[in-house]
Every structure is written in structure tokens, then in C-alpha cells.
Design a protein around this ligand. Structure first.
Ligand code: ADP
Length: 402
């Protein structure tokens, strides 16, 4: 079975073609700068294998439709391509950011489903519209293939009301669906399933804390395999300190900024989303740069690192309280998979909770899933590389096989 996975953004389309028998990636790539004067189309065939080869083309891409057509040309290219015809693609899996309260599972896309995703645009005005562009284009170009939507919010629909309600006037929830939704669900669900395998247990018997630390970051408390709380909220701004996003702040901040700095709401929103987090504190949002700056004695780089790890630790301890008993903590994404300093500082001083990091294992570099805790640690500590495309592909395959 061959599946095409599409993650359609405002000016880009990420895609992957997979053969599901061996979960092999046949092609993976990106169309960038859609709608700009010059676009970029990238494709890597058989990535990370000895057959790997790359194609890159610079040409204007006026629309998502044209971008997808270029991708199809590459995949079906007589000389370099890997399929003869789009009919070889059995189904398409789409990443969709916000499913609101309508979707708690991967869903076969119909006109009604498209309408429901449209209805949720107010909750994700930057993400759902380009996701819908990708869906519309793919339905036109692959009319015979079933299309499946996999939602970033779906995994967290199992959160109980005590975790998802804000303490706000109840009409805000009842009339406007203001509540916590959570994101990165595809990643948390994938990492949780892999973590259960590492523990040798059924997922529905595992209590886990999954820690996704990338440019965007979130932590999820998982009870018996289901999300019961997560750090991102109604939008992907709440919770942990991120690359450019502030995470938790006092909600009265908006009024202060407006009254004292004369900022309007769009300017405040931009500041909190794009100019805050690590970047706001020290001018850099890549941890590799921040570590170099710390080495060179940069005081604000140290503050940025400290605030990030302290916030991680606070959330981690609060999720231990949410779960009571925890089998394992699993780190994932760019920082979680690669940064031993952030992992060690996030877990520092939690020995009384049964969390003991093996410092030597923590320093070892590897791109495979591994255990980092000592024998004495009652809560096991893992690094589990996330793979959102594979997760979407597995969910798509499962649904269409039904
Ligand atoms: P995204 O949320 O965009 O998918 P990623 O999960 O790829 O982000 O994470 C990107 C971040 O991971 C970078 O900004 C950087 O801070 C961090 N990162 C990547 N590689 C390393 C590394 N080797 N060491 C430390 N941090 C890293």
C-alpha cells in the first residue's frame, strides 16, 4: 500500500510518499515559497538509504495546486521518479491542525468533514485555511484515492473537563468553544505508542509523560494510554517556553502593554508568538547557538536556558501530580532528542520522585530510541525520535483498511 502524506502550510507543502508494507519512505520533500516570485521544489528519493538521491528545482509556484502538480511530476518522472501513475497511490493522509471538539480520531474526508474543518477556522486562523487548501487540491488531483484527515488536537480530546476548562465565564466555552485543546497530538501519540513498546507493555496500561521540545514545545500527561492533560491550550501559545513563543504569562500583560507601551492587540500577539520565548530573552532561538553563547559568557543566553528548563521542570512535576504513578518520561523533537543539557536540567533535583538520569547515557549521541535512566530510577527515562509523517501514515492506513 502506497500513501502520500501532506502537510500543507500557508506558503509551503511538505510531503512524504511511503510504502506501508515495510513502512519505507520512497520520497520526501517540500515545496516552499508558494505565491512568491521564485519557489523551491525539493525531493529526496529513498532518504537515509544507499539509494538516496535528491532533486531540487527553483521555479515560480503560483498556488498550492501548481505546487502539488510539480510534486506529482517529480514522483512520476520517467527517469528519476518512483511511480508510473498517481493511481498507484492508495490514499492520502493530511495533517490538519485544529479539529476543535469535532474530531477525536483520524477521519475520512467528505464534504461534511471539510465543512467542519472550515467551522474551526476561528480557532486556528493561520493553520486550518492552508490545511484546507491542501485537502481541496489533493481531492481534485487524486479523485479516486480516499483522503484522511489526522488532527493535531485529536489525541487530547480525551482530556477531562477539569483539565480543558479555563476558569472563565462559562458562556465563553458554551457559545464560543473557548477551552484548552492542546496540539502536537500526532507526535505525543506516536511517542507514547513507541514508549509502551520500549516498556514491553500495552499502551492502555501505561502512565507516561511525553515531552516534545522543538521550535514549538509541549508536554502531555498520559494515563492508561490517553491524554489527560497537556501544556498547550486554546492556541499553541500556552505552557512551556518555546523558540519564539512565550508560553505561560500573566493574562493581564495585554492590558499593561496596551496602556503603557501603546501596543495594539495584533502587535502584542506578534510579540508573544514571534518575538518572545528563547529569542525574546537572548536574541537566539536555536539551542545550539544558545549553548555557544553561554560558553562565551553571555548572561542572557544563560537566563534563556534557565527559564526554559525551570518551566519544563515545573510542568513535569505538575504532571507527576496529575498522574500519581508514572511509568516513563519520554523526550522527543529537535531539543528533546539532541540536547543533553536541557534534559538533565529539566530532570534535575527530581530524585525523590524516582527520576534518576544516567549522566553517561544522557551524553551519548544517537538517532535511535533509547533509555537514559539508571537501574535505580523507578520512572524510566527515554529519548524517542518523533515521526509525525509515519504516525499520520499509520493512522491513515488503519482507517482505510477498516
Ligand atoms: P519544529 O518544531 O520546527 O519541528 P524541531 O523539532 O525540528 O522543530 O526542533 C528544532 C529545534 O531543535 C532547533 O531550533 C534547535 O533549538 C533544536 N536542535 C536541533 N538540533 C539540535 C542539537 N543537535 N542540539 C541541540 N538542539 C538542537
Amino acid at each position: 500500500m502506497k500513501l502520500l502524506i501532506i502537510n500543507s502550510g500557508s506558503s509551503s507543502i511538505k510531503y512524504q510518499l511511503l510504502a506501508m508494507e515495510k513502512e519505507e519512505v520512497l520520497a520526501s520533500g517540500l515545496v516552499e515559497r508558494i505565491g512568491e516570485a521564485m519557489g523551491l521544489i525539493k525531493c529526496t528519493f529513498f532518504p537515509d538509504s544507499d539509494r538516496q538521491h535528491k532533486v531540487e528545482k527553483e521555479e515560480p509556484v503560483v498556488s498550492h495546486n501548481q505546487g502539488m502538480l510539480r510534486v506529482i511530476d517529480l514522483l512520476c518522472d520517467a527517469k528519476e521518479g518512483i511511480i508510473a501513475d498517481t493511481k498507484e497511490i492508495d490514499a492520502i493522509g493530511h495533517r490538519v491542525v485544529h479539529g476543535g471538539e469535532d474530531f477525536s480520531d483520524p477521519t475520512l474526508i467528505t464534504d461534511e468533514v471539510v465543512a467542519a474543518i472550515e467551522k474551526n477556522i476561528p480557532l486556528a486562523p493561520l493553520h486550518n485555511p492552508p490545511n484546507l487548501d491542501g485537502i481541496r487540491v489533493a481531492r481534485q488531483l487524486f479523485p479516486d484515492a480516499p483522503q484522511v484527515a489526522v488532527f493535531d488536537t485529536a489525541f487530547h480530546q480525551s482530556m477531562p473537563s477539569r483539565a480543558f476548562l479555563y476558569a472563565l465565564p462559562r458562556e465563553l466555552y458554551e457559545k464560543h468553544r473557548v477551552r484548552r485543546y492542546g496540539f502536537h497530538g500526532t507526535s505525543h501519540a506516536y511517542v507514547a505508542a513507541e514508549c509502551a513498546k520500549m516498556l514491553g507493555k500495552e499502551l492502555n496500561t501505561c502512565n507516561l509523560i511525553t515531552v516534545h521540545l522543538g521550535n514549538g514545545s509541549s508536554m502531555t500527561a498520559i494515563e492508561k494510554g490517553k491524554s489527560v492533560d497537556t501544556s498547550l491550550g486554546m492556541t499553541p501559545l500556552e505552557g512551556l517556553v518555546m523558540g519564539t513563543r512565550c508560553g505561560d504569562v500573566d493574562p493581564a500583560l495585554h492590558l499593561f502593554l496596551q496602556q503603557n507601551l501603546g501596543l495594539d492587540l495584533p502587535a502584542i500577539d506578534r510579540m508573544l508568538n514571534k518575538e518572545s520565548g528563547l529569542k525574546g530573552l537572548c536574541g537566539m532561538n536555536d539551542l545550539r547557538d544558545i549553548h555557544r553563547a553561554v560558553e562565551a559568557g553571555d548572561e542572557w543566553a544563560q537566563h534563556a536556558l534557565d527559564v526554559l528548563c525551570y518551566r519544563n521542570r515545573k510542568y513535569l512535576a505538575s504532571f507527576i501530580a496529575v498522574l500519581g504513578q508514572v511509568d516513563a518520561i519520554a523526550f522527543t523533537a529537535g531539543i528533546g532528542e539532541n540536547d543533553p543539557v536541557v534534559r538533565a536540567e529539566t530532570l534535575r533535583g527530581l530524585e525523590n520522585f524516582g527520576i534518576m538520569l544516567d549522566e553517561v547515557k544522557n551524553q551519548e549521541r544517537s538517532c535511535i530510541a533509547r533509555c537514559l535512566s539508571t537501574e535505580a530510577s523507578t520512572i524510566r527515562i527515554f529519548v524517542i525520535p518523533t515521526n509525525e509523517e509515519l504516525s499520520i501514515a499509520r493512522q491513515t492506513a488503519r482507517l482505510i483498511q477498516k
